[in-house]
Design a protein. Sequence first.
Lengths: 80, 751
Amino acid sequence: MAKVVFPDSFTAATGGVREIATHAENYRALTVELVARWPDLSELLERSAVAIDGQIYQDAFLEPLDADAEVFFMARIEGG
Amino acid sequence: MAEAVDYKQIGTRPIRPDGVDKVTGRARFGADLILPNMIHGKVLRSPHAHARIKSIDLSGALAIDGVFAAVSGADFPAIDGGGEVGGEGGGSVGDVAKNIMARDKVLYHGHAVAAVAASSPALAEQALDAIKVEYEALPPVLDVVAAMAEDSPLVDENNYTNLPEKPEQPSNVANIGKLARGNLEEGFAAADLIIEREYKIPMAHQGYIEPHACVANIDETGRGSVWCCTQGHFEFRGMTAKILGKEMSDLKFIASEIGGGFGGKTVVYLEPLAVLLSEKAGRPVKMAMSREEVFRATGPTSGTVARIKLGVDNSGKITAADAWIAFEAGAFAGAPHMPGIMTIFAPYDMEHFAVQGFDVLVNKPKVAAYRAPGAPQAMHAMECALDEAAIQLGMDPIDIRMLNAADEGTQAPYGPKFPVIGFKACLEAAKNHPNYQKPVPEGAGRGVAAGFWFNIGMQSSAEININEDGTVMVIEGSPDIGGSRASMCLMAAETLGVNYDDVRAQVGDTESTGFCNVTGGSRTTFATGLAVVQACEDVIAECKKRAAMTWGVDEDQVVWEDGQVLPAPGVNADVTPMSLADVAAGAAKTGGPIQGRASVNAQGAGPGFSVNFTDMKVDPDTGKVDVLSFTAIQDAGTAIHPSYVEGQMQGGASQGLGWALNEEYIFDENGVMENAGFLDYRIPVASDLPMIDTEIIEVPNPSHPYGVRGVGETPIVAPLAATSNAVSRAVGKRIADLPLSPPNVLAALDA
């Protein structure tokens, strides 16, 4: 199962949960699963970037998640 | 993945396409456009750092003959939120709208309160004098730490710290970010040495040479065009349309040449004012800021207070680190506190750490992005603490970094594991560099520091048109700040197998090419370059189709090699290979002009690391610091045009040195900036600096066809700490605060 890690800013919405495992096969399925479980995450997900196996996506959508994938949500970076 | 290959074009150093125009003065910048019947706009700015606006009377200005329009906050539609603007810490569109024209309060000295358009700049200035504004002065909030206190006066009575549960009381703290891993208590218990210190860095400006300028020409239907200097004309169009309640299709934005931006031109200041004034006046309106306005009213970067506690064992291994950083946001939320806390420990493999960052409102100009926003200030604290640890342990400062260095697979402090990175390669290159092998000059100190930036991708578009003679036209939408047109031409030439001189690049306006995010975040060569490469691949596919049609074979029976179409191996066709020019020459008969296009939302920009070292000497009588040498080493991924990579490294080093040695906003007790000009706000000049030596490390980014990582931001990160470390070693005493200007150094020596 893929490992999903939440930043500190997500924990209020997740009731303190910082990490879950998921069978979701792609990013969209993961976000559907997360919002179904924690509706308050919806807005945070829109404002966040995500790293999947070390690759940072500012706007992930259908990126596949391997069974042993590591997913980290993080603040969006834009730079100057 | 891009392997180390023998490119024909990439890695060469041709002269940039805009070079001759720039050095001969032909290039046209923001203020260079002149239109028939054009008039001139000026802005009335607040004399208070914090005040309530009781009334604004524009009638005196409008009564002057030759004044065509005057506006204040009441002329703009109300916006609530409106989405985020581009660039780090840009904030919401609603806040940008209030920043470019105050509504019920002025929030910093220089905040715009009204604007006029008149037949001459002098008459516009006279009209400003005729505007009557009544203020109720309020106490200014100027100190970032004091601003965080519960009993501080409030910059914004409606600001509540963005927490999961809304606090009961408003506060000047807009946002808080936290990262943590492991167990600090356990980590510090394992330390043999603990370094604990506070570092202060004042607000500083991006210091671009060209002040903000634009010309708006709006017709009676409310539609028209805007010519402006910008890092992103598409995003300027979007912001301006939202602020004025227009459709994006009402406005065409054209990017002029740009005399520097460094993040400060990712957000609008003048453009919505010029559009509104032009619409009211029925004439084109030019607006250009003075240098004083640039300092007082456009985005500096945050001043910071950083506290760090660092634990290391006797071998130099980091056992724990705990940091606290307060960032000045200026008058509206949006300090780069998140990138600050995400970068502070990024170069190191650490088991136990915690860091908190605060986005704090103060009555100073709203900060804007500045190269690697937040990273120089945050990493200054860590890199200085690490240097102190190295001194106390008797270790070489590169060795202590190498001992703790992150590598491929290291879990970054902000979460994911690093892909392939070049930090250790930079450290090795620094240790082996001839400048590092030399002894430290007598009386000098040698400072070392590391730098890091994420780099980003985001959205870009590009079109390729093949001219009838086979030459190539690239059209893309990223304003060229650092030579990107040359890089686009090189990547197009490499992909198409033609010479660099056969390719021209044009930055299209918002009606001539697809959307591009701002030129920022070190993204243009990576993301727009990716779009250019894909558009070229589109051209190649079309050429193969046309050749197959010409030869009467199937498309899968032709291949593209070295800039020409050939029959595939094993295909028995008695034909002559067709070059791009050959295909273009026959295009009329095979389907018309040859074009390619691509739009991308590029992901997978590769992280960039750097190592800087510098030798500096301090005059004990005057406190003046002399930079004897400075060496910048950086992993750029593949350097598409090495000269422009080196230029970015040298430019970032120069800006970082200026910030470290002299640059600071100096405010009086009323929040008035006292040094709003280049005579008193001292950026480095050529005679202040030695030649910045550079070494490019090329660890290709596997997510780009040619291995590009992104270059522009990382170079400014390390110079601050490298300077602090060099000066502190030179004087034998840690000086924690910047800038290390002569009076500050003397005061520290005397303390």
